[in-house]
Ligand binder design. Structure first.
Ligand SMILES: [Fe+2]
Ligand SMILES: [Fe+2]
Length: 215
């Protein structure tokens, strides 16, 4: 019994993490909140505009895949239960974002990135590496990630075709959520990440955006 109890914890956690990864990469995650686009008109756009919207929403979808992976990786090695709970709660809201972006991609006759398994694996590894540095760093990573996501959502809000009200409605709610995630992590004791980490993260995110717009 003692031996079983000793082995169940890590095994349960491993299975939970594997299930999360598969759901994120392969499955269709289910949102808890209603899709913010629901009340907006679905205006038929010219092909070029529709493709541009799909490229931007694919980037946002990949961003959410990365957020899931980062937070799950960070939670796996978090030292403090409160930090772990904080990370998993943020990951739950990111699931809504993931589902809404996937819905919008389908409406735009498009698909998520073909490289999602790669994005997930890379981000998970970064999450574990950040988490191993301690909980202050862990939360610092959340703040930096969320602020960068907020910034690229702003770019997308400006760049989306004027008629794409449905994508815009989703991005507005996502932006408000990401700002709250960053504020919460700051309040929970995030440390400011030293140079050059924010720069490296911004460069990695730029590469991701360039690739995910197309693939
Ligand atoms: Fe998100
Ligand atoms: Fe977030």
């Amino acid at each position: 019994m003692t031996a079983t109890a000793r082995h169940l914890g890590p095994l349960d956690r491993f299975l939970d993490q594997t299930q999360r990864a598969l759901e994120t990469v392969l499955g269709a995650p289910v949102a808890e909140r209603p899709n913010p686009a629901a009340g907006e008109p679905d205006i038929v756009m010219a092909d070029e505009e529709r493709r541009h919207s799909a490229g931007l929403m694919r980037i946002n979808h990949v961003g959410e895949v990365c957020a899931q992976a980062l937070y799950t990786g960070q939670a796996a090695v978090a030292r403090d239960e409160a930090t772990r709970a904080h990370l998993l709660a943020a990951a739950q809201e990111e699931t809504d974002h993931l589902a809404w972006c996937a819905d919008r991609l389908r409406e735009l006759d498009s698909r998520p990135s073909l490289l999602n398994a790669l994005w997930y694996g890379g981000s998970y590894a970064i999450g574990v590496a950040a988490g191993l540095r301690g909980d202050g760093w862990n939360l610092g990573f959340v703040v930096e990630t969320e602020r960068q996501v907020e910034a690229h959502i702003d770019e997308h809000l400006a760049s989306l075709p004027a008629d794409d009200h449905r994508s815009r409605a989703i991005l507005r709610v996502m932006k408000a959520d990401e700002a709250r995630h960053a504020d919460n992590a700051e309040a929970a004791g995030a440390r400011v990440l030293p140079f050059p980490i924010p720069r490296v993260m911004a460069a990695a995110s730029k590469l991701m955006k360039t690739v995910a717009y197309r693939i």
